[in-house]
Ligand binder design. Structure first.
Ligand SMILES: Nc1ncnc2c1ncn2[C@@H]1O[C@H](COP(=O)(O)OP(=O)(O)OP(=O)(O)O)[C@@H](O)[C@H]1O
Ligand SMILES: [Mg+2]
Length: 271
């Protein structure tokens, strides 16, 4: 399984465990190993994302509780939509799952590893190796060609120069932009830019794909195409996907719709 080989890779390369030590003291690595050794390994292979009783508040003149008692378990191959009113905390939840912010309460495990045991460098490595992101605003870099944008996660991961590889071409072909590798982002439409972002999000075969309103800036036809493509690519790679959206039509392209509320996460309906 990809999850197992990644964990084995971490132990081999000594990335996660030593960096966890620097943040949490000498006992943190031990905890990670005990966790891995004492549990059914298939359980961890299945659970790509496991969120337990998560809580997050933002300080301020009137401190604001955004997430309260949110739990979610996603296995390899799951593709779910999260809906919920504006401001309920959907983007905050994705940020926490990506380790870009820290929760106040509860835990988040990615591939069975508790994000609280990882320092910022280890979280960055985890994101580079195991996660892919697609955002509403595309975030395609204007000064790189289409091919270079897609190649970026591979270069970041391997510490290499950005190079167009067979894998980059494969992903461009998969999103229908096989002949646009040399184009500049300004020459592409919104729907095409979002397809570049999808190719970039999945080029390094991430286990977990987090998409935050990826079709919010697209016309209905482009949105439908992008969503179908996102689903195909996620399913084709056996990745786990989370799609945050306000659109029921978009949510219905996933396997399961969840509703985030002030009280936690609940099943909305079957798509
Ligand atoms: N860094 C921050 N500091 C203070 N408040 C924040 C911060 N990030 C988010 N919030 C607040 O937390 C709440 C949830 O924000 P979030 O962006 O997660 O909502 P959302 O569900 O994604 O909404 P939308 O559907 O409009 O995108 C909002 O009230 C927002 O103002
Ligand atoms: Mg949001």
């Amino acid at each position: 399984m990809a999850g197992k080989s990644w964990r084995a890779g971490c132990r081999r390369r000594g990335t996660i465990v030593p960096q966890a030590r620097s943040r949490r003291g000498a006992h943190a690595p031990l905890r990670v190993f005990v966790l891995l050794a004492s549990a059914d390994p298939d359980e961890y292979a299945r659970r790509v994302l496991s969120i337990r009783s998560l809580g997050k508040s933002f300080p301020g003149p009137t401190p604001r509780t955004v997430l309260a008692n949110v739990s979610l378990d996603l296995a390899a191959g799951d593709y779910v939509a999260i809906m919920g009113e504006s401001g309920v905390g959907k983007s905050t939840l994705l940020n926490l799952a990506a380790g870009l912010d820290r929760p106040d309460r509860g835990s988040i495990l990615v591939d069975g590893v508790d994000l609280a045991t990882l320092d910022d460098d280890a979280l960055t490595l985890l994101r580079r190796r195991r996660m892919g992101f697609v955002f509403q605003a595309f975030h395609v870099l204007p000064y790189l060609s289409v091919g270079e944008n897609v190649a970026l996660p591979l270069a970041l991961q391997h510490g290499a120069r950005i190079a167009l590889s067979q894998r980059v071409q494969e992903m461009l072909d998969a999103v229908g932009l096989g002949d646009r590798a040399a184009s500049r982002p300004r020459e592409l439409s919104g729907g095409e830019l979002q397809r570049v972002a999808i190719a970039r999000a999945l080029v390094h075969r991430p286990a977990l794909v987090l998409a935050d309103e990826p079709t919010g800036n697209l016309d209905p036809d482009s949105a439908a195409n992008v969503l179908a493509l996102l689903r195909d690519v996620i399913k084709g790679q056996g990745a786990t996907g989370v799609l945050v959206t306000h659109s029921l039509a978009a949510a219905r392209t996933t396997d399961r719709i969840l509703q985030l509320t002030r009280d936690g996460m609940r099943e909305a309906s079957s798509p």
